[in-house]
Write a protein that binds this ligand. Sequence first.
Ligand code: SF4
Length: 506
Amino acid sequence: MALPPEPLSLRSSGIRLSKSKFLSGLQCHKRLYLEIHHRELASEPDEQTQAILDMGKAVGEEARKRFPGGVLVEADHLHPTEALKQTAALLGDPSVPAVFEGAFEFDQVLVRVDVLEKVGQNAWRLIEVKSSTRVKDVYLDDLAIQSHVLAGAGVTLAGVGLMHVNNQYVYHGGELDLEQLFTVQDLTVQVAGRLVEVPSRLAAMKMMLVEPSAPAIEPDNHCHQPYDCPFWDHCAQGKPDRWIYHLPGGERTFQQLAAQGIQTIDDIPSGFRLSILQRRVKDNVEWIGPRLKAMLQTVCYPVHHLDFETFMPAIPKFPLTRPYQTIPTQWSNHIETEEGSVQHHEYLCGDPKDPREELAVRLLESLGREGSICVYSAYEQAILKSLAETLPPLRRELEQVLARLWDLLPVIQEQYYHPEFGGSFSIKLVLPALVPSLDYGDLDIQEGGVAAQRYYRMVFEETDWVEKERIREALLNYCRRDSLAMLELRRALFSKASASEGRATR
Ligand code: SF4
């Protein structure tokens, strides 16, 4: 394959790209430049991102079992020369049916290949393993750069495929059925279409990398597609507080405003077409809708305030569950009587067992048969529906619970706005704006993804009892805060609505 001329200075610099760096360069040249020359400007991955990476690793290890006799290249990314040597030895060994994490280098790019499966005398099939449940566009580029390097390194590829999780597989207990758990999709034709673009794209990246400074690229929506860029904080640090990027409503509005040279929400001209929510963000004042009090008064006492926490294991843990099925693991219920007294009930499963039946039985006891059940979004409804489907003996009672749900989120969306919402109705922003004495800042766990990851660690990983107890307490505190938040929000909104009504009648 003829390659475009390459800048000598890049070669002499010793810079070596990887497939992830190539993909970074496709997302944004500035990202690639900073990854190579100013890694220190990147934000560390947060706990949730790390959990996703760990899950991908666990899925990759499970996927290898589909290739019995396959051999892992042990040398890690810190020892590339050793990895290249081990790979070459394995490829030359006729008894090896598959190589995992094989290392190859060509055109100043080093790649590690998830699975290289022998499919003929001297032919191999390249398989990329992903924990996702479908083929995404970025995977074609991922496979294209690997194919480019392997071809250049002299490996004959008979096919290129993606192995991903099949979320329709139902686990029946015992050994996992790996044929069912994973789907292998042949992408040879699709990848060939991307492969032709690789040399010119690589050449452009190499040219850019020898420049004395990073290219001037402004942050916008491309920074989050297909992956969140770790340099976001660095690139966005000089932007004004009321930067137009924070206007809700997506890419199109942002692009239109940016094209007109508008930087801040306050500079948006009055004639510019905005949605109701965008208008509220622009006005930046508290707004109380005329129907707020009436809507809040539709609850029936005692009012329950219910929050679930869940986890979604990529590899099913319990019989009759599917990959990524949402499994509720805990709930918290704050119960307010008409006189204003409050009781609290909660449940958290601490054992490595299917928690659903016990969780549902305890929940039904807590919810009783009376009163509205306040939730925030349709999430709790979805969990209750799935419990009703899974647990036929409890179906009728759970359906009765479903009929009592009362969602606070649409009430706020329709009838209230506060400047501190910043265009979002996430309870994490709504709570401190309306109840300044209560937020999530004092909690060890501050959002649901981290709760799921900690739950997994507490129950399924080897963790000492001190750590288990610490996680248990943090999980209980987090779920409690969510249900208490709804109660306090209802109270705060009712006070606001009453005060506003009083002002209107004066
Ligand atoms: S934050 Fe955006 S502009 Fe900055 S390096 Fe990342 S992708 Fe590029």
